[in-house]
Design a protein around this ligand. Structure first.
Ligand code: GLC
Ligand code: CA
Length: 530
């Protein structure tokens, strides 16, 4: 399956208020079906004041009116299923909005029956706060609550208090949330910050990170990157909770999938999220791929490490972008973004495409007064809005994202929308959209590409990344020129050139020596029938 990340406010506006919604997503499904994806990860649409794009929830079991209602969700599921597309719902177990009735009750007094549903603490002796933990949004994770005279923990915005998963009532209530959406036909969940569920019960200080976690592609506050987050996340006890989550999914018919957001960690830790008996997450994201330098040796090493670390019987999920990172075509430039598309869709794993990446969409500058991302606003950090601008559908008013008479789109449309849009690219046989469609088509038709083994190819060098995928007699070879200069590789084997990222020399015999043009990737079948 290829997964499509739809950022709901940005996909398509169904009712003309300038913000994307579930009705709009229903209207977008034909595009997804034509692209050939097998699943859509919807993005949060639950009741929320929308300070963190819906990751700040006040009711996990209802739809925020700006996005639609439960009946629209039901129609979305039916319409997606009718097209063979699975619906993956966000599950945000770590925190709620501070306006959630649970938190309002929890903070109402120290003796409130829900006090222990969140993490409350006093300042450590001789210190101003309970410990040194820092928030992804910058500053301390501790917020003083004047009314009840204690601090509460928030790993993100202060308006996002963390739930206390050590309280069985919290856990049971949150497992019920899974059942609610599974009963309505959800095919699975993308679990938000799945590595954070449990915290050190002793609230011990985190050690300083000697490398400061420097990573230009991950948009995190420097306060956060300055420490090793071993006590406020990645706690060993969380695996038991993931098993409980998984057990709920396994209790339902069909393949209900648990996908997890697992951040910045070594391969051993990553592998643990599958569970010792493959009874935790089906698909923990491997973000290392996004964070790796775009150079052949580094990428070959990461793909090899991933393959080595993968537990027996497990399967990886891959992404080269998401709603929290700089866009692929901004990071690499448009020509290399096409090469990246070939990598993403031919490496071993379930590829995840961020909406708009199929067009080669780039980050769009958003003027300060129009920014939405409260993380950036609250902390002076980097705004994630440029990545999240509306999907351009056509060259008409509002780029077809909103009806022509809609005003005040929630974020500005990409300035290039008149040429860079779905309609224009659909008609262009060399467009990025056509490339994605062809790659998905070839992938579907090939056992080697969908399920085969991965192996670094001996022809891989400092500039050209070469690997092979094999299943039975079928063998595909992928050669990616990661540089803006022509390169020659000797594959030592011949075959049919199934696809060039430039879409102008498909279907010819090729090899053993291949001349790659600047920023060109090619896919060959060198063994077996198709
Ligand atoms: C995840 C989401 C991000 C959000 C954060 C807090 O990292 O991807 O967008 O801000 O969780 O919920
Ligand atoms: Ca709308």
């Amino acid at each position: 399956m290829v997964l499509y990340e739809n950022h709901l406010p940005s996909m398509r506006d169904g009712n003309g208020d300038g913000i994307g919604d579930l009705e709009g997503l229903i209207a977008a499904l034909d595009h997804l079906a034509e692209l050939g994806v097998g699943g859509v990860w919807v993005g949060p649409f639950f009741r929320s004041p929308l300070l963190d794009q819906g990751f700040d929830i006040t009711d996990h079991c209802d739809v925020e009116p700006v996005f639609g209602d439960l009946a629209t969700f039901d129609r979305l599921v039916a319409a997606a299923h009718a097209r063979g597309i699975r619906v993956i719902v966000d599950y945000v177990p770590n925190h709620t909005s501070d306006r959630h009735p649970w938190f309002i009750e929890s903070r109402s007094s120290r003796t409130s029956p829900r006090r222990d549903w969140y993490v409350w603490a006093d300042a450590a002796p001789g210190r101003e706060v309970p410990n040194n933990w820092t928030s992804e949004a910058g500053g301390s994770v501790w917020e003083w609550d004047e009314g009840s005279g204690q601090f509460y923990l928030h790993s993100h915005l202060r308006e996002q208090p963390d739930l206390n998963w050590r309280n069985p009532e919290v856990r049971d209530a949150m497992l019920d949330v899974l059942r609610f959406w599974l009963d309505r036909g959800a095919d699975g969940f993308r679990i938000d910050v799945a590595h954070m569920l449990m915290k050190d019960p002793g609230l011990r200080d985190n050690p300083v990170d000697p490398h400061r976690g420097d990573n230009p592609w991950d948009i995190q506050h420097p306060d956060f990157a300055g420490q090793l987050h071993i006590h406020d996340r990645m706690h060993p006890d969380l695996h038991e909770e993931l098993r409980r989550i998984r057990a709920v999914l396994d209790g339902y018919d069909g393949d209900r999938v648990a996908i997890g957001e697992i951040e910045g960690m070594d391969w051993d830790r990553w592998a643990r999220y599958f569970g010792e008996h493959l009874d935790e997450l089906h698909l923990p994201f491997a973000f290392r791929l996004i964070e790796t330098a775009w150079e052949a040796p580094a990428l070959a090493a990461v793909l090899g490490e991933l393959d080595d670390a993968l537990p027996e019987g497990a399967w990886p999920i891959l992404a080269l972008g998401n709603h929290d990172r700089r866009r692929l075509a901004t990071r690499l430039g448009r020509p290399q973004a096409r090469v990246a598309a070939m990598l993403l869709l031919t490496a071993r794993g379930t590829p995840t495409i961020l909406y708009g990446d199929e067009l080669g969409l780039v980050d769009q500058d958003v003027p300060v007064e129009r920014r939405r991302d409260a993380f950036a606003r609250a902390t002076g950090g980097v705004s994630r809005d440029p990545t999240r601008t509306p999907m351009p559908w056509n060259a008409g008013p509002n780029s077809g994202f909103s009806p022509a008479d809609a005003r005040d789109l929630w974020l500005p449309v990409c300035v290039e929308y008149q040429t860079l849009n779905v309609e224009a690219q659909r008609a262009d046989p060399r467009s990025s959209l056509t490339l994605y469609r062809r790659l998905l088509e070839l992938r579907r038709a090939s056992a080697a590409l969908t399920a085969g083994d991965w192996e670094r190819h001996a022809a891989s060098d400092d500039h050209v990344l070469v690997y092979a995928r094999t299943a039975g007699a079928e063998r595909c070879v992928v050669a990616l020129n990661l540089t803006p200069r022509a390169r020659t590789v000797d594959l030592g084997e011949t075959g049919d050139l199934l696809l060039s990222t430039l879409l102008d020399r498909d279907g010819r015999a090729a090899g053993p020596v291949i001349e790659l043009r600047a920023d060109e990737g090619v896919l060959l079948r060198t063994g077996g029938a198709g």
